[in-house]
Design a protein around this ligand. Structure first.
Ligand SMILES: Cc1ncc(COP(=O)(O)O)c(C=O)c1O
Length: 411
């Protein structure tokens, strides 16, 4: 009896989960070689260019322009399609703050639209309802790696010819949807992040993929102080910054990229397995995967939690899941439309004179923005598991399932 009790008390999982990032000697050598060479900047070296080409090729895109972050990638891509002061850009209310802040940094105002309940991706109908004559772009986020409904966003762009679609692919490295990858799904450009947690990382960094030569040229100039590819060195055409990636980052990304296809395949398979297993547990609903998505990189493993059906509040469930050795979190605590920055409470004190002049009256400044699906996801429903867990073996996924079943059974 005491043995049985000890079993139930012991955490389901005590073995460690895979670490992130994964590093081997080849990564170390790749960076050390650059350091020894003394060629550290991409103006003089070839590593960033090699990485841009390899990453664009992996996604089947014509051009790749590496920059220093995902936020920069979005800001530069938005600027390149003509977003600026007086414009509005529609973004989902459920995403990392950078999706919307990039709009501000491009000089325009973000307008929030709600997400679909079964994917947590921008709802194309809500996005279309938010369009005005001031709307210059829409930014669907492939949240957690689930590709947004690009067929509908493409159709929407055809109906509203004055706006561009920019994909936020910060979670979608190596994803494949209806035979194509982010950057070739019919949007003007796709923007990726290489920040530490991302499925491909060099600590920081980002890239813009596009099939449009003119957009690529503008992005490259904006990334490199407004220079033209063929102009004189001190000839500057656009108000660009220095957003260049270093050669050390280029070399590390190129080396890390060796593993990306296999890691993506593994997460994709483990994610599908978890979906199947967890859909049997009362109160747990895995997200819907669009059947057109052939490869889901699962930057996050997400599911929807129903406290009533499962039998305890989400906070208690998460506490117990963590105690069982399965790290999990509720994700964002509020939607972007509720952030002080966008609800009218932010910046006032910090940046005198700037106040909220940069926001549209539809963004914040007291406007009533209602995004009930986002609010429910934040308040009670969403559960996130980070991508490194899905780099383990399928039998390790059973520990996640076992832990959840155990918590459910013991109430
Ligand atoms: C959805 C999303 N968009 C954009 C970004 C911004 O990327 P970065 O942190 O590289 O600026 C992130 C994450 O960091 C993100 O999760």
């Amino acid at each position: 009896m005491s043995g049985l009790m000890a079993d139930t008390a012991a955490p389901v999982r005590t073995a460690p989960w895979p670490e992130w990032p994964v590093v081997d000697e080849e990564d170390v050598r790749a960076v050390a070689d650059v350091v020894r060479s003394g060629v550290w900047g991409s103006l003089d070296g070839t590593r960033v260019r090699e990485f841009e080409r390899a990453f664009a090729d992996l996604h089947g895109a014509a051009e790749g322009i590496a920059v220093n972050s995902g936020t920069t990638a979005l800001t530069v891509a938005l600027t390149a399609v003509g977003v600026g002061p007086g414009d509005e850009v529609i973004v989902p209310s459920y995403t990392f703050v950078a999706t919307a802040t990039a709009v501000l940094l491009a000089g325009a105002a973000p307008v929030f639209a709600d997400i679909e309940p079964d994917t947590y991706n921008l709802d194309p109908e809500a996005a279309e309802r938010a369009i005005t004559e001031r709307t210059k772009a829409i930014v669907p986020v492939h949240f957690g790696g689930a590709i947004a409904d690009m067929d509908r966003f493409r159709a929407l762009a055809r109906r509203h010819r004055h706006l561009s679609i920019i994909e936020d692919a910060a979670h979608a490295h190596g994803a494949r949807y209806a035979g194509a990858c982010p950057g070739t799904l019919g949007a003007a450009a796709a923007c990726f992040s290489f920040q530490s947690s991302k499925n491909l990382s060099a600590g920081e960094g980002g890239i813009i993929l596009t099939d449009d030569e003119a957009i690529a040229r503008t992005c490259r100039s904006l990334m490199n102080t407004g220079r033209a590819t063929t102009g004189l060195w001190y000839e500057h055409h656009l108000p660009g910054g220095n957003y260049r990636l270093t050669e050390m980052q280029g070399a590390l990304l190129r080396s890390q990229m060796r593993r990306l296809p296999e890691q993506t395949r593994r997460r994709n398979a483990n994610g599908s397995y978890l979906d199947e297993q967890l859909s049997r547990v009362p109160g747990i609903r895995p997200m819907k995967t669009d059947p057109r998505q052939e490869i889901h990189p699962r930057h996050l493993y997400l599911f929807r939690y129903d406290a009533e059906k499962f039998g305890m509040p989400r906070a208690r469930f998460l506490e117990r899941l963590n105690a069982e050795g399965v790290p999990a979190s509720p994700g964002y605590s509020i939607g972007l439309h509720q952030q002080p920055l966008y609800s009218g409470e932010g910046l006032k004190e910090q940046i005198p004179g700037r106040a909220l002049a940069h926001l549209s009256e539809r963004t914040g400044g007291g406007a009533r923005v209602s995004c009930p699906v986002t609010e429910r996801a934040c308040a009670t429903e969403a559960v996130w598991l980070v991508q490194r867990l899905l780099l383990a073996e399928q039998r390790d996924m059973d520990d996640i399932v076992r832990a959840i079943n155990k918590i459910h059974a013991s109430g």
